[in-house]
Design a protein around this ligand. Structure first.
Ligand SMILES: O=C(O)CCC(=O)C(=O)O
Ligand SMILES: [Fe+2]
Length: 243
């Protein structure tokens, strides 16, 4: 831990009591205006300008990652092949396709194209201020750490229904820090919660400087972004863990 985390300021205007009530009642809560405006702005600009996005998807149940260098070096025909495989598996079962930057992996493995602001952010959300806010809102006092990835959903991106059931890894809460401006429901990218029958129980539109957090396991997905969407859905997401 050695980054400068002073770039990050949690808003003093959060309605903590209302957030506690919401989480207790629904296991899901949305906190608008979570950071001071300058913090959100800086993170947003970083995602737009500085992140070397790679492509995340699965093949035969195994996570795949084409990092930004390999993505740029993959010939169009080879890329079409990959996209066909992604679609084939999407039609048959679980699949996802979105751009991401795995902040924790990059941090631990000291990636050469590291993004210093995101590494500082990872340290900040593992610091006392952030963890105590999340413990307070969730009532889960055993939370000890938090991982993070930056994600970008543009046209053709989606994340199929899953529940984040990884209690052996210590996953207790999933969070999504929305850093998306001017989104419309027609652009997809909605974080949908589902019941056991697959009915949508709640859909959250991408927002700017808004924190979604929910107890896991719980069925959820990110809806497909159509080819005509003129915007990109940016967020930082991860899980809060008790081990
Ligand atoms: O981006 C989102 O809204 C949710 C992401 C998610 O569910 C996941 O990464 O497991
Ligand atoms: Fe998830």
């Amino acid at each position: 831990m050695q980054s400068d985390t002073s770039a990050f300021a949690i808003s003093r205007e959060i309605d903590v009591a209302e957030s506690i009530r919401g989480f207790r009642e629904h296991g899901i809560v949305q906190i608008p205006g979570i950071f001071e405006a300058g913090t959100a702005e800086r993170l947003h600009r970083c995602l737009i300008d500085e992140v070397p996005w790679g492509l995340a998807y699965e093949l035969a149940g195994k996570p795949q990652y084409l990092d930004s260098a390999r993505l740029a070096a993959t010939a169009p025909e080879a890329m079409q092949d990959i996209e066909r495989q992604i679609f084939r598996e999407a039609a048959a079962g679980f699949q996802y396709r979105y751009f991401n930057y795995p902040i924790l992996d990059a941090y631990l493995q000291k990636w050469p194209n590291e993004v210093p602001l995101l590494h500082a952010f990872l340290e900040f959300i593992n610091g006392p201020q952030w963890l105590s806010l999340i413990r307070q809102v969730s009532g889960i006092h055993e939370l000890i750490k938090c991982d993070a990835q930056a994600s970008l959903y543009g046209p053709g991106c989606f994340l199929h229904r899953h529940s984040d059931a990884q209690s052996r890894e210590g996953w207790r809460i999933a969070y999504v820090l929305g850093l998306t401006r001017s989104w419309r429901p027609e652009y997809g990218g909605t974080l949908q919660f589902l019941d056991d029958q697959g009915n949508t129980t709640l859909g959250l539109l991408p927002q700017f400087n808004t924190l979604n957090m929910f107890a896991v396991p719980r069925w959820h997905m990110v809806t497909h972004v159509p080819p005509y969407a003129p915007a990109e859905r940016y967020s930082i997401t991860g899980w809060l863990r008790d081990r």
